[in-house]
Design a protein around this ligand. Structure first.
Ligand SMILES: [Zn+2]
Ligand SMILES: [Zn+2]
Length: 141
């Protein structure tokens, strides 16, 4: 018998139309989107909404564990669905980003003592470094 796992899709029924629409946009996009991107994508459609509303609903989706957010060295916030288990290696100098092909955390689990009763929803993990181009530029400077 396979162990029962919580269905991560279950909370979707509790989203309002705007939240569901933002989540759909993030799931359809092949890469992470900023709040501005989402705002621009929905502009001119029946689902258009103000930028402040976009961020308010994104925060709600984050609280539900459906969307995660990471910040680039520039301060820009990028959003993606948590179901996409994707990690990045980012250059601290020029900000160029590489998507890692596999999740190094995949086989890592927290034990019940570490969890302390928390229900785990998702994880984030980021790597930072200097890209080959920036290493070369700094070496020749
Ligand atoms: Zn670089
Ligand atoms: Zn992962």
């Amino acid at each position: 018998m396979a162990p029962q796992v919580a269905d991560p899709a279950a909370p979707h029924g509790l989203l309002n139309a705007k939240q569901q629409h933002l989540l759909d946009q993030l799931q359809e996009a092949s890469e992470e989107l900023t709040g501005q991107d989402l705002h621009a994508r929905l502009r001119g459609t029946p689902h258009g909404m103000g930028l402040a509303t976009v961020y308010r609903h994104l925060r709600h989706l984050q609280q539900r564990g459906l969307v995660r957010c990471r910040h680039l060295p520039s301060g820009e916030a990028l959003f993606a669905p948590t179901e996409r288990d994707e990690h990045h290696l980012t250059c601290v100098d020029c900000g160029s980003t590489v998507v890692l092909r596999s999740c190094p955390m995949h086989e890592t689990h927290l034990n019940p003592q570490q969890l302390g009763g928390y229900q785990l929803l998702f994880h984030t993990l980021e790597f930072f470094g200097l890209c080959p181009g920036c290493q070369e530029r700094q070496g020749s400077a």
